[in-house]
Design a protein around this ligand. Structure first.
Ligand SMILES: NC(=O)c1ccc[n+]([C@@H]2O[C@H](COP(=O)([O-])OP(=O)(O)OC[C@H]3O[C@@H](n4cnc5c(N)ncnc54)[C@H](O)[C@@H]3O)[C@@H](O)[C@H]2O)c1
Length: 433
């Protein structure tokens, strides 16, 4: 079978495992990323990602594929061979903390791409975007090449639906949704995508449908989580366990409630509302439900900080005099990704309020002023443990032993339901969200 040469643009949490997924199937892949330090470390076989495929960690796959010559990374577009006929763009649209959309990284990548595409090439946008972005922003920039999308080359949007930590498996097994400038563009994109994906493919009528669907796939999680956060407050006031209530509700086959936690983080869910809001404003369609869900979720770290302060006053210790042990800084359980992480936000809020914060996370590579390397360092003389993100090994730690190294009076604050399976009976107070 004739294999295309593929370029994956953006080598982050999505792009690197996606590129390696093609290489694993014998496809020649070149990864392009503006981050030169990242490119250097990838070419040396180094990544902090926690992905694996079968029993092979991503580090092993990366080393093997570099050695095979099927994959390499570059920051220089001129390194791309003319044999490249398919471009998979995984650069995203970050948002600032106040929700401002930063489309420059994606538009920059597209402008570079415009000077490389050739007749008959296929460009597939895979990052999550504002609905309409591929038609209104990307297509005109690619046309600067003198080539017309849908006429001279293929342009399609195929949402990326993987979850970090399951990337290799989900590239293969997660159903795809694809929409092109024309049916021929959709088919060309499907042809490239199904070199890796073996799951069903939905052919949409246009790119906007897939873009919109992707954003609301994320927004519905934001709304679902905001709803259970609200229910958690009510359950607490009623003296009931929200996790048990959710477990019972989810025994209904058509109910799928998510769980409460320290807030909602990462690159996907918090951004989603901010991608919809400008479209709603432009078309004068209010989005009150999705807007309030965002406000609720953004406020959860503050709720946790207020709760910490209130519980500490019962010991009694004031926040500026408190030593706080934090377990987990990742934006979700078992993730090294700490972008827009509510756990980091809670740590920073407490730190800024004067508490002595020591945070342990075995996966997050970022070194914060409050980062420590072991659970023992985190709990030493601490007045409170805040369990914010579960990471490998945290469930099997002896909290009994760790408690002995803490202050005589100590509190356990649980935002991940860890206390349903670890013994925290030796803490003076245990509070679970
Ligand atoms: N992380 C996830 O689990 C996930 C899941 C589904 C969808 N997505 C979506 O996929 C997209 C990518 O997410 P990610 O988590 O991989 O982001 P990321 O930040 O980890 O990766 C993006 C990469 O693009 C690079 N980049 C920026 N500008 C560039 C340019 N001009 N040229 C080349 N490279 C450039 C960055 O250096 C970075 O390495 C986003 O739209 C995100 O919403 C992410």
């Amino acid at each position: 079978m004739n294999q295309p040469t593929v370029a994956v643009i953006g080598l982050g949490f999505v792009g690197l495992p996606l590129a390696l997924s093609y290489a694993l199937r014998g496809v020649q892949v070149i990864g392009v990323d503006v981050n030169e330090a990242l490119v250097r470390s990838i070419n040396e076989g180094i990544t902090h990602h926690t992905e694996s495929y079968g029993d092979q960690p991503i580090q092993t796959i990366l080393t093997k594929e570099l050695e095979s010559g099927r994959f390499y990374a570059t920051s220089n577009w001129e390194d791309l061979p003319s044999s490249v006929t398919a471009y998979l763009v995984t650069v995203g649209i970050p948002t600032t903390e106040d929700g401002t959309i930063l489309s420059q990284p994606l538009l920059g990548a597209v402008s570079s791409l415009a000077s490389h595409i050739k007749r008959e090439d296929t460009v597939i946008i895979r990052g999550t975007v504002v609905p309409g972005f591929t038609s209104h922003e990307i297509a005109p920039r690619l046309s600067i090449s003198g080539l017309m999308p849908g006429v001279d080359f293929h342009l399609a949007y195929a949402s990326e639906r993987i979850a970090e930590g399951k990337a290799f498996h989900e590239f293969e097994h997660m159903p795809l949704a694809v929409g092109g400038v024309s049916p021929a563009c959709t088919e060309a994109a499907v042809d490239i995508l199904t070199k890796v994906t073996k799951a069903p493919v939905t052919h949409a009528s246009c790119m906007e449908v897939v873009e919109f669907a992707k954003v609301i796939e994320n927004v519905q999680r934001d709304v679902n989580i905001a709803m259970v956060q609200e229910f958690a407050r009510l359950a607490e006031a009623m003296g009931l366990d929200i996790y048990e209530i959710i477990m019972v509700a989810n025994s209904h086959t058509r109910v799928h409630l998510l769980t409460p936690g320290p807030g909602v983080g990462g690159y996907c869910i918090p951004n989603a509302y901010h991608y919809l809001a400008p479209v709603g404003e432009r078309l004068q369609v209010p989005l009150p439900l999705t807007s309030i869900a965002r406000v609720i979720n953004e406020n959860v770290p503050h709720v946790i900080v207020e709760q910490t302060e209130a519980l500490l006053s019962s010991i009694p210790v004031s926040l500026p005099k408190a030593r706080v042990a934090i377990f987990g800084l990742g934006m979700k359980d078992f993730s090294s990704d700490d972008r827009l992480s509510p756990s980091v936000e809670i740590a920073k809020l407490l730190y800024d309020l004067g508490a002595e914060v020591r945070a342990f996370d075995p996966l997050v590579p970022t070194k914060y002023p409050f980062s420590v390397d072991t659970p023992e360092e985190a709990v030493k003389e601490a007045h409170v443990v805040l369990f914010l993100t579960e990471q490998p090994g945290m469930r099997t730690l002896s909290y009994h032993e760790l408690r002995k190294q803490m202050h005589a009076e100590a509190i356990f604050i649980d935002t991940r339901n860890i206390t349903s399976s670890v013994d925290v009976s030796m803490f003076n107070t245990v509070w679970k969200i």
